[in-house]
Structures are given as C-alpha cells and as structure tokens.
Design a protein around this ligand. Structure first.
Ligand SMILES: C[S@@+](CC[C@H](N)C(=O)[O-])C[C@H]1O[C@@H](n2cnc3c(N)ncnc32)[C@H](O)[C@@H]1O
Length: 357
C-alpha cells in the first residue's frame, strides 16, 4: 500500500488499532462527506493506518482537516503528510533530514513512530539509534527549536517513511496516540487501564483533581473483579461496586468500596451521585439506554462507560448508541457533552463519556 495520490502530494494519515481500518474509513468518509471534501482513501486491513489523498484541484476543500476530538476510531492524525522513499537504510538519516529541512518550518518536537502493527513495531524497536541522531541533526539545524506543530517521522517499512505534522490542539497528546500508563499496583484486572486512559483523555490532568477527588461518590456497574473500583478508590472516591461476582480483597481493603450483589440494570442510587461508571458486558444499545437514563434522571452527573462492539459495522453501532443517548437526553433539561473513543486499551469495544453541564 501507499502510493502517490492522483495529483496530490500531501495527505492525511490516521493511526488506528489493527483490524479497525475499515471502521476508521467508514467514520472518516462520513466526516469528509459532511465537510464536502473530495479525495481517496487508502488502507489495507492489518496495517493499522489509513491515508486520505485529497482530490487534485479541490480548491479550499483540499485543506480539509477533521476535528480530531470528534473522531472515534483514529488514535492519531498527521496532517501535511508526505511520502519519502529511501533506497538504502544507510541513506535514511540524511534523506529524512534533507526532506524535513525542505519543509521550511520549525517544530516543537520530533516523534519517531510506526503504525501499531507487528512488522512496523519491530522496525521501530530496531531504530532506537535513529531518533537520537535525528534529534541531534534537527537541533543543530535549528529545526526543532521553535514552538510550532509537532513533527512525526513514521516508519512504514525499511524503505518508506511518512513525514507529517500535528497541531497540539487537534491531535492526540501521545506519540502514536498511545498513552504509557502504569499498571496500578496489585490491580485485580487489566481493565483499570481502560478507565485510567478514559480519564486522561476525556477529563484531562488539569480537571481531574477537581472532578474526581476525596468525598465524591461513584457507582461502578459491572464492577467484578474490581479494576475500575480500584482506580476510583485510588483517587479517594467512595465507590458502590455493583456485581454478582466477587470484588478482589485488595480492592475491598481500601475501605472505600462497598460491594452490592445486585443487577446493574435494576440498581438505583438512594441519592444522586457524582459519577457512574459501567463496564457491564451487554448489548451496546442497552448500555447506551442505561447511561442516558442515569444522566437524564440526574442519578449521576457524569459517566464513563464501555460498549462491547459487534464484529462488523462497528462504526454504525457507535452511531446507533450515540442516537439512543441523544434521543433520551433531548427530552431532559440542560446541556450535555457526549464523546466516544476507541481507546488504546480497548479491544472490540469503545469507551464513552457523558456529562451533564
Ligand atoms: C468486563 S467485566 C468488568 C471488569 C471490571 N470493570 C474491572 O475493572 O475489574 C464485566 C462484569 O459485568 C458483570 N455483569 C454482567 N451483567 C451484569 C448485570 N446485569 N448486573 C451486574 N453486573 C453484571 C459481570 O459479572 C462482570 O463481572
């Protein structure tokens, strides 16, 4: 894959999870159609990336750049991306530096990356020396001394490299869109990483200490074995963990978690709470209706929830759940924000955030 686009030499590049390339394209095609942008998509299942070549002569429309915050299946978006062919690995460094200098811009940082697929990841692991040499060469040339956008150097294979940029305000803050999160000590499941990533992404480090802190109350629906409850308790939040399954002793030992063996779909809080989180395995539309009810009836102020997706038409399923929630909330007073993201720690699922304003 990856050839020159008909007429255009700049493209957009999107990283996604392996196997989700078609979902990424389905979503981006809808966004392009809404924006009236014309171009051509290029992807191959298993390569964990999608390219958009704008149509030649499209005028202003050629400059279409989606709002990254609204995209579900893209982990990262590179703009002004161009393909560089390097015949021999030894020529790689001088060729990259020359091409970057030709861009005639300054950048705040350079990131060496690869799509999150096996072969490309191995290539990146074997190119550790390259990033040091690249940083040194670009620093000496004064290319990375500016504020400007980020510069991405993406290794596709031994001979093909994509150079692209990203604006900090319209992209993921993490290289390759992958947050490096520390696994909580003594965690009963890896699932807590999903909630940690969702909190970083949807709430952010600046707002999190105010919105999730000691004294706040959360309901954790589908809590067993307790990974999400543990993440909440680590922030001092009191948690009611609802699940017929057990909660791990180390989570109960925080003394902030109360276990209720009840059905998540029937459970009601005695008083309104700050947070409800939901990781129940059930039909996505059923979870969507549940979380919408919690916010519309003011049982909670905000919620993070996971939707287990079907094997195909996953973008359509996310849209369906979005519509289910919006239909309920349109009848409720006040504004709200609703976002979905296919997180790095999500597999065949996406995570949502719904908040009453
Ligand atoms: C993916 S696991 C949750 C993992 C948990 N978030 C963690 O971090 O450890 C899904 C859980 O949902 C629970 N569950 C499924 N249907 C439920 C229901 N109707 N009511 C309550 N819990 C339910 C299951 O028992 C299971 O423990």
């Amino acid at each position: 894959m990856v050839g020159a686009g008909a007429g255009a030499d700049r493209m957009l590049l999107f990283y996604c999870r392996v196997g989700f390339e078609a979902d990424c394209v389905a979503e981006l095609s809808a966004a392009a159609a809404m924006a009236g942008a014309h171009g051509r998509w290029e992807y191959r299942t298993g390569e964990a990336l999608v390219l958009w070549w704008p149509a030649a002569g499209g005028g202003r429309r050629r400059e279409w750049t989606p709002d990254f915050g609204e995209l579900v299946f893209s982990r990262q978006m590179l703009t002004q991306a161009r393909l560089l062919e390097v015949p021999a690995p030894l020529e790689r460094l001088p060729a990259i530096v020359a091409a970057i200098r030709q861009m005639g811009r300054r950048f705040c940082v350079v990131w060496l990356e690869a799509p999150d697929a096996d072969a490309a990841r191995q290539l990146l692991a074997g190119a550790r020396g390259l990033i040091e040499s690249l940083r040194e060469a670009l620093g000496t040339a004064g290319v990375t001394s500016g504020r400007g956008p980020r510069l991405h150097v993406c290794l596709l294979d031994r001979h093909r490299i994509v150079l692209g940029t990203s604006e900090p305000g319209n992209s993921s803050p993490w290289p390759m869109g992958i947050p490096r999160l520390r696994y909580p000590a003594g965690a009963p499941s890896r699932s807590g990483l999903k909630l940690l990533e969702a909190l970083m992404l949807f709430i952010g480090e600046d707002d999190l200490p105010g919105r999730m802190r000691a004294g706040r109350v959360a309901i954790d629906l589908g809590a067993s074995p307790g990974g999400w409850s543990q993440v909440l308790a680590a922030r001092g939040v009191r948690v009611v963990a609802v699940d017929n399954g057990p909660i791990a002793p180390e989570v109960m030992a925080t003394q902030l978690v109360e276990h209720r063996r009840e059905d998540a779909f029937r459970f009601r809080p005695e008083l309104p709470v700050d947070w409800m989180v939901c990781d129940v395995v059930a039909a996505p539309a059923r979870i969507a209706a549940l979380v919408a009810q919690w916010v519309a009836r003011r049982w909670c102020r905000e919620t993070i929830f996971n939707l287990k997706l079907p094997g195909k038409d996953r973008w359509r399923e996310v849209q369906r759940c979005h519509d289910v929630i919006e239909r309920v909330l349109v009848r409720a007073d006040g504004d709200h924000v609703l976002r979905f993201k296919h997180l790095y720690h999500d597999r065949d699922e996406v995570t949502g955030h719904l908040r009453r304003l």
